[in-house]
Design a binder for this molecule. Structure first.
Ligand code: HEM
Length: 250
């Protein structure tokens, strides 16, 4: 006869982030790819975009123009953009929406952060997606092509950032993407077993929180600089600098 204790014992409760394991069905590979794509190349691109390229705006219109000119001069730009940015973001985002829709949790129980971290990862991804679509459409695919006319880069971004409603959208998009990436690094390291043990994970969470403040802080500083300057030229031919002068650093 089975003992009473044996029949009423609660099922073992798994705490924290579950590792990605083989044998979880056909989605294992896609989950791994989704997880990895959040770091490389999508996260790496966000790091470069906010902390390197856009941070040059803090040094003013000429420095910003030089950085855009440099990016435009890289070899095979359309292929780099397609395979290094657009396709990976599209995969990560669409599969992310699928994970959200399916309600697949990366946690079974949250011992100390609560479910809001799980929910925030989904909503910040969704907000970042809306922002990225709009930002890419207005900056890359419509209006003056900044790869051809880097001298008006500062002015083109300013024309949006100086409008109060769009400025708020920039701030919300920046903070959502920064949180999603920073907490995503923590999730990634937990899932892939890079950081294990409750104590180490707590400490690493503090590091990721610091990274969130760095990323959003530098982004906000760039936005503040764009709002500080008077509106710079937005049409080719009206800019004080031409391409040759940008290259020569004047
Ligand atoms: C700014 C661009 C983005 C970056 C840098 C980024 C980065 C990351 C990183 C590093 C992770 C952690 C990987 C992991 O869970 O192991 C992650 C997770 C996630 N991302 Fe993104 N992501 C971005 C955009 C998006 C978008 C647009 C969505 C669409 C909703 C999305 C949905 C998700 C979801 C649902 C997870 C959690 C997956 C899970 O719990 O298994 N992400 N992201």
């Amino acid at each position: 006869m089975a003992s009473a204790a044996g029949s009423t014992a609660p099922a073992a409760v798994h705490q924290g982030v579950a590792p990605l394991r083989a044998g979880q069905g056909y989605s294992f590979l896609l989950r791994r790819l989704h997880s990895l794509s959040g770091i490389v190349p999508v996260g790496a691109f966000l790091f470069e975009h906010v902390l390197i390229s856009n941070a040059t705006a803090i040094s003013g219109p000429a420095a910003y123009a030089r950085q855009v000119q440099f990016l435009a001069s890289l070899p095979l730009v359309p292929l780099l953009e397609l395979f290094g940015i657009w396709l990976p973001i599209a995969f990560h985002a669409l599969y992310g929406f699928y994970i959200w829709y399916r309600g697949d949790g990366n946690t079974i129980a949250y011992p100390w952060t609560g479910n809001w971290m799980y929910t925030a990862q989904r909503w910040t991804g969704g907000i970042a997606f809306a922002y990225i679509l709009w930002h890419t459409w207005t900056m890359r695919f419509t209006g003056v092509d900044l790869h051809v006319h880097p001298e008006i880069s500062f002015g083109k971004v300013q024309a949006e950032v100086l409008q109060p409603a769009l400025f708020i959208f920039y701030v919300v998009g920046l903070i959502a993407a920064s949180w999603h990436f920073a907490y995503g690094i923590w999730l990634f390291c937990a899932k892939w077993g890079i950081v294990s043990g409750e104590k180490a994970r707590k400490r690493f969470l503090a590091v990721c929180l610091g990274f969130f403040f760095l990323l959003s802080g530098v982004g906000l500083a760039s936005l503040a600089t764009l709002r500080k300057y008077p509106q710079q030229p937005t049409e080719p031919g009206t800019a004080v600098m031409n391409n040759k002068q940008i290259t020569e650093g004047r």
